[in-house]
Ligand binder design. Structure first.
Ligand code: SAH
Ligand code: SF4
Length: 386
């Protein structure tokens, strides 16, 4: 039996565990704060826990869960992709994107948690400013939705991640950034997998990271992106979470959308938009629509007009990004001029639109490019272990 992953447990479960071991309840709080405030990754680091309990924790529970096996940095050093091996041998990826910051300091490899907290950058140097460190994390190994232009879709579904495996990706990068006295500022659930297909574990992970006595990551700094699973959009609306919602639309008529996103056969555009209207009415929050601009396919003036008509009156925003190349899809990303034209047409019709810059294309870390090449990476372990 593999050991229980500690990040799969919420504070109540850790408290119950301590009870069952005959330990005082406050030990659970100490463990919680050690994990989520101090970012320890081994019980042996907990200074306030007696040695015997530290050893029992180490023997009984798994504090690693996901093992970083390879990192790739983009040439400008602003984007880092890490490949993680899961306990059962599956692979996932998570990407850190830095915005508005000088190139990161060189992070030594093979660093251990015991030398966390290097002081190379003055503390708090940019918190709250325009600088951001956005983390893009995975919710599944592979994906069952089969969107034709997405590398994860092309690899198929392996399995859902547990809540702890989702949390562990965040803690890994949080520890890495802590060495620079920096922290994660935004988390997007836009890595491998469809978060609403793994709804419960995704929400548990968000709740765990959101806990004010722990990692304390504000709900409004998360964004969930879904391919458009209607029942889950409605459920999410009913839960009235403060988490941002993004919908992968990519086409304004069913025929085109269906040819790219097979899920459209199950939930068509009208149903998705109706669920979005319900979300806005329940939460008062704006929805973001994602649109991968594909040359000559969905970047035409006609498509922009159709989209503007569909979205009329809905509290929303369109995030368009030129399609990133993937091995299994022939379509090409749009040109700068065509993207600009698309944006102008939407804005003339009163729909706000942003063209997002491509990030991490040289390391296959752009949207839809995450598909772990696990076999090559099996014995390659140049990723910092933090
Ligand atoms: N499964 C979720 C979240 C992960 S995909 C979803 O589909 O929304 C994150 C975003 O990347 C989605 O908007 C997805 O449509 C988009 N995407 C997928 N492949 C892409 C590609 N090759 N180029 C640009 N965006 C892509
Ligand atoms: Fe899955 Fe999203 Fe990729 Fe579609 S775009 S295959 S839903 S990860």
């Amino acid at each position: 039996m593999p050991k229980q992953l500690i990040y799969d447990l919420d504070l109540n479960s850790i408290t119950e565990l301590m009870n069952s071991w005959g330990e005082a309840a406050y030990r659970a709080k100490q463990i919680w704060q050690g994990l989520y405030r101090h970012l320890y990754n081994s019980p042996l680091q907990f200074p306030n826990i007696p040695k015997a309990l530290r050893e029992k924790l180490a023997n009984e529970l798994n504090f690693a869960g996901i093992e970083p096996v390879r990192v790739l940095d983009s040439s400008d050093k602003q984007t880092r992709k890490t490949l993680f091996k899961l306990q059962d041998g599956n692979f996932i990826e998570a990407v850190l994107m830095r915005y508005g910051e000088p190139a990161p300091l060189h992070l030594p490899l093979n660093t251990t948690a015991s030398n966390l907290g290097g002081v190379s950058r003055p503390k708090g140097v940019d918190e709250g400013g325009k600088n951001r460190r956005t983390l893009c994390i995975s919710t599944q190994a592979g994906c069952a939705m089969g969107c034709v232009f997405c590398a994860t879709g092309q690899m198929g579904f392996k399995r859902h991640l547990s809540s702890g495996e989702i949390v562990a990706q965040v803690l890994y990068y949080a520890r890495l950034l802590k060495k620079e006295n920096l922290s994660v500022t935004n988390i997007v659930l836009m890595g491998m997998g469809e978060p609403f297909h793994n709804y419960d574990n995704t929400m548990k992970a968000i709740d765990r990271l959101n806990d004010a006595n722990g990692y304390n990551f504000g709900a409004r700094r998360f964004t969930i992106s879904t391919v458009g699973l209607v029942p889950q959009i409605k459920r999410f609306a009913d839960e009235k979470r403060q988490v941002n919602l993004a919908i992968s639309l990519h086409a304004a008529d069913d025929k085109l959308r269906q040819s790219m996103l097979p899920v459209n056969k199950k939930y068509n555009i009208d149903e998705v938009l109706e669920a979005c209207r319900y979300y806005v009415s329940q939460t008062g929050r704006r929805v973001t629509f994602e649109w991968a601009l594909i040359n000559g396919v969905n970047d035409t003036p006609e498509e922009a007009h159709k989209l503007a008509t569909q979205l009329k009156g809905l509290l929303c925003h369109v995030n368009a990004i030129p399609l990133n190349p993937t091995q299994g899809y022939k379509g090409q990303g749009t040109t700068r001029e065509r993207a600009q034209r698309f944006k102008e047409l939407l804005e003339q019709a009163g729909i706000p639109c942003t063209i997002r810059m491509r990030r991490g294309i040289d390391i296959q870390a752009g949207c839809g490019q995450l598909a772990s090449k696990g076999k090559d990476a099996d014995h390659d372990s140049d990723a910092p272990k933090v």
